[in-house]
Design a protein around this ligand. Structure first.
Ligand SMILES: Cc1ncc(C[n+]2csc(CCOP(=O)(O)OP(=O)(O)O)c2C)c(N)n1
Length: 338
């Protein structure tokens, strides 16, 4: 977690940690894309290229005791919150030993008992779930934790977004809602999605605080996200973070993203946050090129080992499988204990 003022050595360490999660997420995404093209992954592959700085900033700024509801573009945040690479690889490759026991094909994975929520839908459904957990903790007298929910700008047009943000504001819940405005909801551009000048303007209508940032800027992501989380933790109610960037891939690997214009790709919006981070680390002498190369090869080795392991593991057996949901299985265990 980031706790120190910008410019201090500890900030350098937090930035290095965040960068390494970004790098691992990008390389993991590249591997999933390659496995998809090779026909080794069935169903969709959904990647977060260009969103790693924002996502990692959320993961490193949360505490393990917090609640995190990531979406399909949050490989970096998932890793930073503590998800092992093997969880992601086992889920995509359908291993029965994965957290979803081989039943989910891609990104609806999580460990709810650990505050890391499996997503229901990308379109805002998770915000009320985070509210519910924060509410339950309040009723049990558990204090000090926050809940972070990720959204795309498309989700801000849904009823789920409205109901959940309004409820969080009325109840002053410690919710941090991070909106990645990556300019497209699938192929729908922002001009067909909302009519306000800036999504952050919506915050005033709900009575919540807003923070805006350029999500291609690695340092801005860390500073703004960690301060929004700190404000929610300190009792200032829900925080809306609006992060601007460009999605650097299709909606999923099946989508060639031909609707993203070259002018957008070539603008500052289209900067690759991973490259920006590498330049920042080199300029501030936090890491040199040789160090970056070592981290890259370590991450590649870790990913290759996880893939080799998951490929040797069994798929679920429909005749042997316990078909109960994860939560009811847990309830049965509790009943047996009492
Ligand atoms: C209720 C619902 N409607 C439609 C979909 C299909 N869908 C999944 S993601 C998506 C677009 C989301 O866009 P945005 O919220 O901007 O997030 P981004 O994909 O840009 O990260 C759509 C239409 C869905 N998952 N759930």
């Amino acid at each position: 977690m980031l706790q120190t003022a910008p410019g201090s050595r500890a900030v350098g360490e937090a930035q290095l940690a965040a960068y390494r999660f970004m790098l691992r997420a990008r390389l993991l995404d590249d591997k999933f894309a390659a496995l998809y093209r090779a026909g080794k992954i069935h169903g969709g592959v959904f990647l977060g290229r260009g969103q790693e700085a924002l996502s990692a900033a959320i993961g490193v700024s949360l505490k393990k005791s917090d609640v995190f509801a990531p979406l399909i573009r949050d490989a970096a945040g998932r890793l930073a919150f503590g998800e092992p690479i093997l969880d992601a690889v086992r889920t995509y490759l359908g291993s029965a030993l994965g957290p979803m026991r081989g039943r989910d094909g891609n990104v609806h994975r999580g460990r709810p008992q650990e505050g890391y929520l499996p997503m229901i839908s990308h379109l805002g459904a998770m915000v009320s779930v985070v509210n519910g957990i924060l509410f339950a903790r309040r009723m049990k007298g558990v204090t000090g934790s926050v809940g972070a929910a990720c959204l795309g700008e498309g989700a801000t047009s849904t009823g789920s977004f409205h109901e959940a943000l309004n409820q969080a504001a009325v109840e002053k819940l410690p919710l941090v809602l991070v909106v990645a405005n990556n300019q497209f909801a699938y192929s729908t551009p922002t001009g067909r999605q909302f009519a306000c000048a800036d999504l952050a303007d919506k915050a005033a209508g709900y009575g919540v605080e807003a923070h805006s940032l350029d999500a291609t800027d690695f340092s801005a992501c860390l500073e703004t996200v960690s301060s929004a989380i700190a404000r929610a933790r300190a009792g200032h109610g829900p925080q809306l973070v609006v992060a601007t960037l460009l999605r650097l891939c299709g909606h999923g690997e099946h989508d060639d993203a031909s609707y993203i214009l070259p002018e957008q790709k070539n603008s500052s919006l289209g900067r690759d946050c991973l490259k920006v981070a590498e330049e920042f680390l080199a300029k501030n002498q936090f890491a040199d090129t040789a160090q970056l190369a070592v981290w890259r090869s370590e991450a590649i080795r870790e990913i290759e080992e996880a893939v080799a392991q998951a490929q040797r593991e069994p798929a679920p057996d429909p005749y042997e499988e316990k078909w109960s949901a994860l939560s009811s299985e847990h309830l049965n265990e509790l009943r047996e204990e009492t």
